[in-house]
Design a protein. Sequence first.
Length: 479
Amino acid sequence: MSRVRAIAALQLRLFGRARLAVVALVLLGMLSAIAAVTGASQASRMAADRAAAQMAANTQFANQPDRHPHRMVHYGTYALRPLGPLAAFDPGVDAFAGSLIYLEGHRQNATTLGAARESSGLIRFGQLTPAFVLRVLVPLLLVFIGFAMIVAEREAGLLRLQLTHGASTGALIAGKALALGLVAGLAALPALAALAHAVVQAPQDAAVAALMALAALLWLALWVLGITLVSVRARSAQAALMALVLAWAVLVVLVPRVAAGVAALAYPLPTKAETDLIIHQELRGLGDSHNPNDPHFAAFKAALLKRHGVTRVEDLPFNYRGAMSTEGERLTSQLFARHAAQLAAVQLQQHRLLEMLGVVSPAIGFAQASMAGAATDLASHIAFQDAAEAHRYRLIQSLNGLHTFQVRAGDDAARNRDPIAERQSRVSARFWAEQTPFHHQGPARADRMAGMLPALAVMLLWGAALLWLLARASRQEPA
């Protein structure tokens, strides 16, 4: 073990003499530090802005004056997706999926205010975040620093000289890999510091952050092992560099993009225009709650009259218009829920296919692990949409309940032509303040950690394969 440490120390001194490598490491460290600081600052500002906007929306709804309940159904409110401190490490799908939903009656709206739609097109080339630096830039730096650490010594005859002085091939490989691993750890420090800063803000997420750090270190360890293996096997330093740059381009850039395209082709999503058209056509078949003569609601009215033993809606012990609105919202919400579930099912199929393709490139696995831990992945976004829709339905049905039991049927029928009836059809503003505001905690820590496990398992498999190949290489005498 002491010999391995001595070889690693010698290799570190060689790295230090390479001015280009030192300058590149310093520049990358500065870039990573900038990404960590700006990411934390932006995430903190965005979280505060969303919390303030959510409070403002809740307050605005609660402070409405006396109104007819159905006016409040159409007035609506807003739901904003909360942002945790770990999102500073990897914003995930948040920039493209949006963070705000307008909640109103008879309609299920899509999320809006995605950063990619509100910002310049440059954001589509990738945000400068700690996760991006670790996933894309640090491996490339390790390639340029470590590609020749063994093959160049073999070409110069120094490797055989070291073997004649008692060093084994395994010790040489282990020492070189340890030195490159220390460089990788140094390059990862700013990103890991960003995770530590997030834990200070949210101590309850310490276990999740630790698992995210483990995923990052595993990802870099794969590159350390791979670079060492190529440097052992390559015939020349030039061949090693070309092979490693090609591997980086394929694994980090090409495969993730191709995999996303394959997933989209295998499980195509309908466009928003197509979905809206289908929903609009199906809504026509459900019936119109605003039309008392609609066939569905005519049958609904007949059933209510029979159940209460009366012959006119005026004799019902509640406001029939409110009951009709309640039934209409139930029908339309079932339709919205069915289409939302179908859309989410396709998206999750795409996600599962990406997980499978992560076996080809661990870059996919690392990206999915970091997003799952930061609660900025697809599953977290779908959970937010589901929570917002559940809140919308509860709120609208509560308002419909006020319409049914707090507004007299006679005043409701005459309010458009009688000013006195119009005033009497309004309910007290205190009812708006009694409505439960929207609140969403996001996925549980255990669920986030469980979502990271498949990606970690893939990276561990890659690590085991590379270790096996290195072990085989260590038993062979270098040429």
